[in-house]
Structure formats: C-alpha cells, structure tokens
Design a binder for this molecule. Structure first.
Ligand SMILES: O=C(O)CCC(=O)C(=O)O
Length: 304
C-alpha cells in the first residue's frame, strides 16, 4: 500500500475516533444533579450547575445576546452594564431562545431537586442580560440584596425585623446568573447568607465613586486594579468563574458584588428563581418607605 493511502486511512480512523471521543466527552460531561448539591447550596449560599445549558441553545442565545449587548449600549449609553427586562425588547430581539431557556427540562429538574416543587428558574419579563461596559471599568460595590434597598441611614430595628422574617426562608432571595459567554465578574462571600449580622470589614460600598469611574488622571488599567483590589480585600470573598452554559444560583442576601471590565464580552442572564406557591411575606415595600420617612424625620438634612 502506498504511503499516502496509509496516511488517509490513518487520518480517517483518527477522525472516526475523534468523533467518538467528542461524543463520549459530551456524554460524560452532560449535567447531572448530585444530592450533595443541596448541602452545598444551603451551606455556601451559591451553587453552579456546570454546563447545564446545551451548546445548541447557547448558540441561539449568543446570536440574540450579540444584538442585546449593542442595544443596551445604544439605548442606555456606553457604560451601561445591563438590559432588563428582555420582554421589553421583543421588537428588536428574537426572544425565542430566552423562552426556550425558561423551558429547559434540565434546569427545571435541577431546581426542583434543589428547592422542591413550585419554583421557576426563568422569566423573560424579569430577566436581564448583564453586559460589559465599553469605556472604563465599573464596580457595582459590595452589598447584600434586600438590605441594600434601604439607605444605610434608614436601617433600623424595624427594617431588620422585617428582613429577619424571611432571612432563612428559601422561597425568597434566590438569584441567578447564567453565563452565555465565560464570565468571571461576580464575587461572593460563601456562608455570609447564614447570618443577618456583619463581620468586621463587611461594609457596603455601592456609593463609592472611585468604583464607578477612573479618578482624574487614572488610566483604565489603574482603575481596573483598584476595583480588583476592592474585591480581593473583602473578607472571605471568592471570585466566581462561570463557563458558557454554567448556571449559578445564589442567595442574594449574602455579600456579593460585580466587577466589570471593558475588554471581555459579557452576556449573562440575570434572573431569579421564583417561588410560585403561596407568599405570605408582605409589606416589604411599605417597610422601606416607612424607614426612609423615619430617617428624614430624624435627620432632615439626609437627602437619600
Ligand atoms: O454582576 C454581577 O454578577 C452581580 C450583580 C449584582 O450584584 C446584583 O444585581 O445584585
């Protein structure tokens, strides 16, 4: 046999094996829920369902995410970091892949195993896309959701008591980041959801102007370093690395933040896991309004 035909045969058999190999990898790497994930979520406050969104759906999501990123910057300016809710943009985007995502059986099944029946993982009328800012780095600041909704000066016993009613209730405060492209913007303090009180060094920084814009004369690289250092210095913080198709569910009462850079595309679905059964926690909106009113009465000079 001439040597060229031998090479063709070898190549063919190589290709054949490679296809098989790929199929096997895909098969062995298909997402599988593990019972230990329940404990992981409860104890750490976050869980990543690795690669749960199949590549075929990811491809469709990416096509629309490309358009959504452009649209976000066109409508809200180059520094915007999100477009939300996607249901508002049905004229500009084909929302079908996002609806398909809300129907994904693998996700439904995983969330049911994690939290029980009556939870939904995707809602196009709530869902946003987190996107990269275009001009300079941007940091949302460390915070606990829920808590951050009340101005610092207005937080008092009444507000804390209202939040305490649901702090450990898994039906509330489950947030989602599902990465369409690889994404390492989110930082999280594992275990901090387990206590309503704060430890030394756990300070909200959502109002820090240095995290929002490079100071006069500061380069993007310097501003990026500043924001990164602000993430790293927070006690117990870990950087979350999501691969494409990874679904992160997290207790957003835990300390967390987002540190955004300009030079990597970001398109991360941002949504909640919602409990669809009976909801008996009411008056949160009123509690917040009342707290601000009390604060203004006590400190008329406060303008927040
Ligand atoms: O960008 C992120 O990953 C974090 C977003 C965030 O902190 C929030 O929406 O509360």
């Amino acid at each position: 046999m001439p040597s060229w035909s031998l090479r063709v045969l070898q190549t063919k058999s190589l290709c054949y094996n490679e296809d098989l190999f790929r199929q096997q990898i895909a098969y062995t790497m298909a997402f599988q829920f593990q019972d230990s994930m329940v404990n992981e979520y409860l104890s750490q406050g976050y869980l990543i369902l690795r690669g749960i969104v199949p590549p075929l759906l990811l491809t469709d999501l990416r096509r629309e995410a490309e358009k959504a990123r452009d649209l976000a910057h066109k409508l809200n300016g180059p520094q915007t970091q999100r477009i939300q809710p996607l249901s508002n943009y049905g004229d500009e985007l084909d929302l079908k892949p996002f609806y398909d995502y809300t129907e994904l059986p693998e996700l439904r099944d995983a969330i049911e195993k994690l939290l029980g029946a009556d939870y939904t993982h995707g809602h196009v009328d709530i869902m946003g896309l987190l996107v990269e800012p275009l001009e300079y780095p941007w940091h949302i600041g460390w915070h606990r959701d829920g808590v951050v909704e009340v101005p610092l000066e207005a937080r008092d016993e009444t507000v804390n008591a209202k939040l305490a009613e649901v702090w450990y209730d898994l039906r509330h405060f489950n947030q989602v980041n599902c990465a369409i492209y690889a994404d390492s913007c989110t930082w999280f303090v594992p275990g901090s959801h387990l206590r309503q009180w704060d430890m030394p060094g756990e300070e909200q920084s959502t109002k820090d102007p240095k995290l929002r814009k490079p100071a006069e004369g500061q380069s993007n690289a310097e501003a990026e370093r500043y924001c990164l250092e602000h993430c790293r210095q927070f006690p117990g913080a870990v950087q979350v690395h999501l691969g494409p198709g990874d679904f992160m569910v997290y207790r957003n009462l835990a300390w967390h933040t987002g540190n955004y850079i300009t030079y990597q595309p970001r398109a991360t679905i941002h949504d909640v896991v919602r409990y669809e059964g009976g909801k008996d926690w009411t008056d949160w909106q009123q509690t917040k309004l009342d707290a601000v009113k009390r604060m203004k009465e006590k400190h008329p000079e406060a303008q927040r």
